[in-house]
Design a protein around this ligand. Structure first.
Ligand SMILES: [Zn+2]
Ligand SMILES: [Zn+2]
Length: 129
């Protein structure tokens, strides 16, 4: 969208820097000094929405990093459905800290279901007697 302005501004960094410094002295800010959110480079811009020195490459880089961080945070937050321990899942949608827990929980469910059924049968047996 602003790639033309972006290219233009790259050619005028020295000029923008100079203007920025003049404006700082005058106490107003048409030119902004920005640390790129993607590569960390300092640059000067008059584009209001600009966050990255290169909106495509550095914007992508920053997005990827954010996504990675987001995923990491979510990974750390998972709690095993079986033993209640926090764990780092190896894949999305994991609910157990280990195969052992997964199997244990599965067996527990099966046993619960079976015993619930047995109880039901027992009651019926009792009532028919
Ligand atoms: Zn950058
Ligand atoms: Zn577990």
């Amino acid at each position: 969208m602003s790639s033309y302005n972006e290219r233009l501004e790259w050619e005028y960094q020295d000029y923008l820097k100079q203007r920025y410094e003049e404006q700082q002295a005058a106490g107003y800010d048409g030119v902004r000094k920005i640390v790129c959110g993607g590569c960390g480079r300092v640059f000067y811009t008059t584009i209001y929405t600009k966050k990255y020195c290169h909106s495509y490459w550095c914007g992508n880089q920053a997005n990827n990093r954010r996504q990675r961080e987001y995923r990491q945070i979510h990974r750390q937050d998972l709690v095993c459905q079986c033993c209640g321990e926090k764990f780092t899942p190896k894949r999305a949608g994991a609910r157990y800290c280990s195969n052992a827990c997964r199997q244990k929980d599965y067996r527990k469910r099966v046993t619960d279901a079976a015993s619930a059924q047995n109880e039901h049968l027992d009651k019926r047996n009792v009532s028919t007697k």
